[in-house]
Design a protein around this ligand. Structure first.
Ligand SMILES: Cc1cc2nc3c(=O)[nH]c(=O)nc-3n(C[C@H](O)[C@H](O)[C@H](O)COP(=O)(O)O)c2cc1C
Length: 322
């Protein structure tokens, strides 16, 4: 399938694996890219430029296909060494960067001078237009359904994607709630040039996370995620568990008085315990409503091949028969 996104990124299928903290290691990125999609290493999980350079080198040993690095710009008391991370991305010859969080304008000149394509992930039409105006090449439009940070507007993809299509000139992919061929074909019908998936890629054999995480996603329904940290204007969609219930009790009790310090035990530094040790109640971890559509743990290649085969069938049989 050829779309503006496959052409722009030099990939076979219009399927992207979004950056995911403590999930997006070289193993997963390479598996997605080898299967014809675009895999992504999560820059901040590596933390330092040296470690990220090493992860990029490892990924290059596992694939000769294009892959991306995710740079998430978060408010932080001790910000990561972003200039150093950008530098190793450029020196490592990474062709694509997925930016997320706040406006990446500061780092665009260096990345663009190096010929790197930028896809910015954002949750609203106005932020997508901003990304376009500062020179991003594409946008990943993340609807309210998404795992992780859906923003504060709460606009689901059935509205957000056609709104983006009406306003944007640069190509965009649909992100949030995407799981299978139906998602891909629907996203394309709404104006997207492909799709970005997070949660679905965690429940694959290639995702370098504990089996408990994959089984938690398979076992969850679309009713099992919760939105946390709304009063901090840092809303996150997470899988419900004991820690999340505890956190939500504090939110209820403290209301607008809640501070980050009140919930630090439930959210700070919990990812390694969950993703690598499989301690599922250790804290809040991002997960999309799309968990309700995930019923198996295939290889990344099986997943992508099935999506592309079934997308063909939907387009050429189901849709063309109406
Ligand atoms: C466990 C997990 C961790 C994530 N970490 C990040 C991250 O560090 N940076 C980022 O830009 N997006 C992150 N995301 C968001 C994904 O890249 C993607 O946009 C989102 O998962 C799409 O929604 P879906 O889960 O419904 O597919 C994360 C998502 C999950 C599920």
């Amino acid at each position: 399938m050829k779309t503006k996104i496959t052409e722009m990124f030099g990939i076979e299928h219009p399927i992207i694996q979004g950056g995911m903290h403590h999930v997006g290691f070289a193993e997963l990125a390479a598996a997605v890219s080898n299967a014809g999609g675009l895999g992504t290493i999560t820059g901040l999980t590596q933390g330092t430029p040296e470690k990220l350079a090493n992860e990029i080198a490892r990924c290059k040993e596992m694939t000769d296909k294009p892959f991306a690095v995710n740079l998430t710009f978060l408010p932080s008391l001790t910000p990561p060494d972003y200039p150093g991370l950008v530098d190793v991305i450029i020196k490592g010859g990474v062709p694509i960067v997925e930016t997320a969080g706040r406006n990446p304008a500061e780092y665009l000149p260096a990345l663009k001078d190096a010929g790197i394509k930028i896809i910015h992930k954002c949750t609203s039409v106005r932020h997508s237009l901003k990304a376009q105006s500062i020179g991003c090449d594409a946008v990943s439009v993340d609807g309210f359904e998404c795992g992780g940070h859906p923003g504060e507007d709460d606009i689901p993809n059935f509205i957000l994607l056609p709104r983006a299509a009406d306003e944007l000139e640069i190509p965009f992919v649909a992100s949030g709630g995407m799981a299978d061929a139906r998602s891909l074909v629907a996203a394309m019908a709404l104006g997207a040039e492909g799709m970005n998936m997070g949660t679905r890629f965690i429940a694959t054999q290639d995702a370098p996370v504990h089996q408990n995480v994959k089984e938690a996603i398979v076992g969850a329904s679309e009713l099992d995620t919760r939105l946390i940290m709304r009063s901090l204007t840092n809303t996150e969609r997470v899988m419900n568990n004991d820690a999340v219930e505890r956190l939500m009790e504090k939110e209820k009790a403290l209301g607008d008085q809640l501070t980050f310090a009140d919930i630090v035990d439930e959210v700070a530094g919990v990812y390694p315990k969950i993703m690598h040790e499989g301690t599922m109640d250790a804290g809040a971890w991002s997960c999309g409503m799309v968990a309700g559509l995930v019923n198996d743990i295939p290889t990344v290649k099986e997943l992508i091949d099935t999506i592309m085969d079934e997308a063909d069938a939907i387009i050429s049989k189901r849709l063309s028969n109406f």
